[in-house]
Design a protein around this ligand. Structure first.
Ligand code: ADP
Ligand code: MG
Ligand code: MG
Length: 490
């Protein structure tokens, strides 16, 4: 660990300025909606600023540009997977026998497929997450940052990929901080970020394709939305771009208890309004389907059956599972799906080791490897939203517990990525600034719209950077471990 320690806030400043600039930055965040609702002191009428790091983290320009370059290929790959029934079926065959949540999703997929889906078009608002990894582990500090690191893909999110607002907001915040610290000349090293415009624009493109002037956009939301600013800014941006389009917010329970109905031509009708586009910010986790009468699952099925354009549809949702990611990393698979050697090679360069834990020789070998050296791996179930993975010694104990159990196949194994450490000031609500050693994860948004035959639109959407303590396994901002950040390109 110590060899990775590189105290390096990207911007030098006199610490006497700290108190004043932190206070100003906090106020800016509060006044511009770089905020969330508090999980510990919940009050639906109050906001707290989201934790942030004071200084934008350095990030190698070459790797940033590469991630941007790759995003349309990632989009294309996910689209191709989602439209490949044989591949989804084959890849998830074992998983759905051991993981009830994935099985529920898969059943909806097959049910709607057998009924001839009424909406062939899908909208993907994706986010591909990467971390930097040493190309030469422990390389000399004299090697420039731009050459020392390669990016490794953590995952691709196909449902409820957040930070389309908080990403750009962090960039605005950091520009203010840089100016305050007399480094305004360097803001040119902070890339433009139009995530909000592009994501809202993607929804509006889908709305236009649906082609009904009075139809609304439905945001499917959690029972309690902590990340409220991020969501609401998407809503306000939709109105800004097209004042005629209304956004309705409902949770799955409400939708399943009568708010959602199908019209005579499978129109999705929510409390009297026809819905053109459904944007899921919820529905990726079993606890978001709590009712014993399965009303949330009924709502999900009803939406899937409808002719509204889904973001994501159930096939896109399945395409984002960890099992699909692991399957794609096997030799020849990305190549088979993309049918383009150059694109496949470029993507594959960013993969890290991913291993199946199915109950066969391959899974046994991977299990043995993880038991021998658990710190080298992350164990992942088919879940989203953070806080579900297993790290360190627990990798060993979990795999040992699952030895010879079918349940083992519900997980995949992944090499741990070790990003460089950067020292930065962590600013949290109600706390003094603390200088911490941090690591970052870059997310690139992608927007894709198409059907099984044609892609109408495929583009990069913008970016977000999240930074966490180097000791934290995961960096959820709402969970209080992660902090907003933005890249400072070098
Ligand atoms: P989720 O879908 O729940 O976000 P992720 O695969 O993104 O699941 O894992 C959550 C977090 O765990 C990531 O944001 C990252 O901080 C950490 N993580 C996941 N995979 C790795 C890995 N291979 N190496 C290092 N950290 C990882
Ligand atoms: Mg995810
Ligand atoms: Mg993630």
């Amino acid at each position: 660990m110590v060899s990775r320690l590189k105290p390096c806030v990207s911007i030098a400043f006199d610490e006497k300025q700290l108190e004043e600039v932190v206070s100003k930055a906090k106020d800016w965040a509060l006044m511009h909606g770089a905020c969330m609702r508090s999980k510990t002191q919940f009050n639906s009428d109050a906001l707290q600023f989201a934790p942030f790091v004071l200084i934008p983290s350095t990030f190698p320009r070459k790797q940033f540009e590469k991630a941007i370059y790759l995003q349309p290929i990632v989009n294309e790959l996910i689209h191709a997977v989602a439209n490949n029934h044989e591949f989804l079926k084959r890849s998830l065959a074992v998983t759905i026998t051991v993981d009830p949540f994935t099985a529920e999703l898969y059943n909806i997929y097959e049910t709607v497929r057998s009924e001839n889906s009424s909406q062939p078009i899908a909208l993907g608002l994706l986010r591909s997450d990467v971390m930097l990894s040493d190309v030469i582990p422990g390389a000399q500090s004299s090697i420039p940052l731009s050459q020392k690191y390669q990016q490794r893909q953590v995952e691709v999110n196909t449902i409820a990929a957040g930070f389309g607002w908080l990403g750009p907001a962090s960039g605005h915040l950091h520009r203010i901080v840089m100016e305050e610290l007399s480094h305004g000349d360097k803001v040119t090293q902070m890339p433009e970020n139009r995530a909000l415009e592009n994501l809202a624009g993607g929804m509006l493109k889908a709305w236009e394709l649906y082609n009904r002037a009075n139809a609304a956009i439905l945001f499917v939301i959690e029972e309690v939305t902590y990340n409220i600013c991020d969501q609401r800014f998407h809503e306000f941006e939709i109105r800004r771009q097209n004042p005629n389009v209304r956004v309705i917010r409902r949770n799955l329970t409400e939708l399943g208890r009568g708010a959602a109905q199908l019209g005579p031509n499978k129109e999705l009708i929510v409390d009297g309004s026809e819905i053109a586009v459904v944007y899921f910010r919820c529905g990726y986790s079993p606890d978001q389907y709590p009712s014993t009468d399965r009303c949330e699952w009924n709502a999900r099925l009803l939406i899937e059956r409808s002719k509204a354009i889904k973001c994501p549809n159930i096939a896109y949702h399945l395409a984002g599972t960890k099992k699909i990611q692991q399957t794609l990393a096997q030799p020849g698979v990305v190549e088979e799906i993309l049918k383009d050697e150059d694109k496949a090679r470029a993507l594959r360069e960013c993969f890290t080791g991913l291993y199946s834990l199915d109950l066969n020789d391959e899974g046994d070998r991977a299990s043995e490897m993880a038991i021998q050296d658990p710190e080298r791996f992350v164990l992942k179930p088919q879940r989203e939203g953070g806080g579900n993975n297993v790290y360190g010694l627990e990798v060993k104990t979990t795999i040992e517990r699952l030895r010879d159990s079918h349940e083992r196949a519900a997980y995949i194994l992944m090499d741990v990525i070790k990003p460089p450490l950067l020292r930065n000031w962590m600013i949290r609500p109600g706390s003094e600034p603390v200088l911490e050693d941090t690591i970052s994860e870059l997310g690139i948004f992608g927007v894709i719209l198409g059907n099984s035959k044609e892609i109408f639109y495929n583009s990069v959407g913008g970016h977000m950077l999240r930074t966490k303590l180097h000791t934290a396994n995961e960096g959820g901002v709402a969970a209080g471990l992660g902090a907003l950040d933005s890249p400072f390109l070098v």
